[in-house]
Design a protein around this ligand. Structure first.
Ligand code: MLT
Length: 326
């Protein structure tokens, strides 16, 4: 019986439809011993005898792939695949799949949880109220403020729709602009410098690639308004954290909402001790609905590939098709 690893800690102990789909297809399911994100060494051990992995954010490096020639599919439960060495996967004949269309609304809702938390001083006011300080103050409105969206793909669009409902002015930086969507929802496309200079809330929704690494750095932060807030629910690699900390300490930007970090889980750092920063633990993409949808879509990708079908819309290393064998 072929084995499938259910790697994400968010799926530990969950009895979802994805399990029935895999079991019905004849797979034996393996759950990691540890209910937290696996390290490279733990993944190396955990993949023994595994043909398909429903993957979280654990690192599928060349070392891991070299050690497991029996592996056929890495099916990410999610849309980012920066934790997978796709070149090594292709060289080993391993298909890498993602779950498009499953978590954009979860990310957009969480993005707005962060935007609202920083605009309304939610954490400070909650703590102050509980400490009997009754810290009343005028908070920031969202209406009329400019929401800058870096990356107007599925997730960026879901964020734009929410910004539209809040009466925000929408601008976006996007290399492959969807003009029909922009026209319908009042989004103006701008270049990166304009996005940085005009945004009151700058929200990142780009994948982590060689080109987007450290998009937000000392130089780009210096182009933002001192009253602006940075929100990152995309990937930690987009932001040079030391430069962000420097900008926040120097008050060259007003604050930040951060869900993703350069290293995860992160070590203690100054971001965790700033009253104008709200942080969450890479939680944006996973709510109860998106968790189940991502898991089911990943499970279906594994089943399809095991049956000789090719879920082209999910495979991110199509070059593997020529050599892929179950
Ligand atoms: C994604 O890649 O879509 C998200 O990061 C999913 C997750 O949080 O695991």
């Amino acid at each position: 019986m072929d084995k499938v690893l259910i790697a994400p800690a968010t799926l530990a102990g969950i009895d979802g439809e994805f399990l029935s789909v895999l079991k019905k297809a004849g797979f034996e399911l393996v759950f990691p011993k540890k209910k937290a994100q696996l390290t490279e060494d733990e993944l190396l051990e955990q993949l023994t005898g595994i043909r398909g992995s429903v993957a979280g954010s654990e690192p599928y490096t060349k070392r891991v792939l070299d050690a497991h020639p029996q592996l056929r599919v890495i099916a990410r439960a999610g849309v980012g695949y920066d934790a997978v060495d796709t070149e090594a996967a292709t060289a080993h004949g391993v298909a890498v799949t993602i779950t498009p269309g499953t978590n954009q609304d979860a990310v957009a809702e969480h993005t707005f949880a962060l935007i609202l938390a920083i605009a309304k001083n939610l954490i400070t006011q909650h703590l102050g109220t509980c400490a009997l300080k009754w810290p009343r103050q005028a908070n920031l409105p969202l209406r009329g403020r400019t929401l800058g969206i870096a990356g107007l793909g599925r997730i960026g669009k879901a964020v734009a729709l929410r910004g539209e409902c809040f009466g925000m002015k929408l601008i976006a930086y996007e290399p492959f602009p969807d003009h029909a969507f922009a026209k319908q929802h009042g989004v103006t496309f701008v270049n990166l410098d304009q996005l940085l200079a005009q945004s009151d809330f700058l929200s990142l929704h780009l994948p982590a690639t060689k080109d987007s690494r450290y998009l937000i750095n000392r130089d780009t932060l210096a182009k933002m308004k001192p009253s602006a807030y940075l929100v990152n629910t995309a990937r930690g690699a987009l932001v040079k954290e030391t430069d962000l900390i420097e900008a926040l300490q120097a008050k060259t930007i007003a604050g930040a909402g951060i869900d993703v970090f350069e290293e995860e889980p992160p070590a203690d750092n100054p971001l965790f001790h700033m009253s104008n920063v709200v942080v969450t633990p890479h939680a944006a993409g996973v709510d109860l609905q998106s968790r189940d949808d991502m898991a089911l879509s990943a499970a279906e990708a594994i089943v399809s590939l095991s049956r000789g079908e090719w879920p082209a819309e999910k495979v991110v290393n199509p070059a593997v098709k020529a050599t892929f064998r179950w």
